[in-house]
Design a binder for this molecule. Structure first.
Ligand code: 5HU
Length: 138
């Protein structure tokens, strides 16, 4: 299955290690199209080798190609929020992972389209959730 993994870049890179581990785990049995999100060398500046218009076009194309969008929403990010709304607009299945420490935005939690919202407190728990749920989207 092709997965569009969504996570914060310019919103802050504090959770990059979580993104990296989850992408590595997902990529064992799937193809993650957005592996760069887990790249520890990618800073808060984002992918400076591309223009912002090129980034947006590539990412929208990847999202259209993907079977599933997985968004890690713990670190607030305008891009992640935009991607979630875009996934809703094109009717792409969405699974959300959110750390229990913070409260998810009402604009996401209050959207009926986002039914698969999963709260976790450890990376093991997050991996377990993905292990249980991703296969349901096959
Ligand atoms: O360099 C980039 N590359 C890229 O693929 N994105 C996309 C993928 C991420 O899921 C999302 C992150 O948005 P933001 O940068 O606003 O936190 O936007 C965003 C940027 C920089 O905004």
């Amino acid at each position: 299955m092709k997965i569009y993994f969504s996570g914060s870049i310019r919103g802050g890179r504090e959770n990059v290690e979580i993104y990296r581990e989850l992408i590595e785990y997902l990529n064992q049995n799937n193809e993650v199209l957005t592996k760069h999100i887990g790249d520890k060398d990618l800073s808060v500046d984002g992918q400076t080798e591309l223009s912002d218009a090129e980034i947006r076009k590539r990412d929208i194309d990847w999202m259209k190609e993907a079977d599933l969008v997985i968004a890690e929403t713990s670190n607030p990010s305008l891009g992640v929020g935009y991607e979630l709304a875009y996934a809703e607009k094109i009717n792409k299945p969405v699974l959300i992972l959110h750390n229990k420490r913070t409260k998810l935005s009402a604009m996401i939690n209050g959207t009926e389209y986002f039914k698969d919202i999963n709260y976790y407190s450890s990376i093991e728990e997050a991996r377990h959730i993905l292990g249980e749920k991703v296969q349901n989207y096959l």
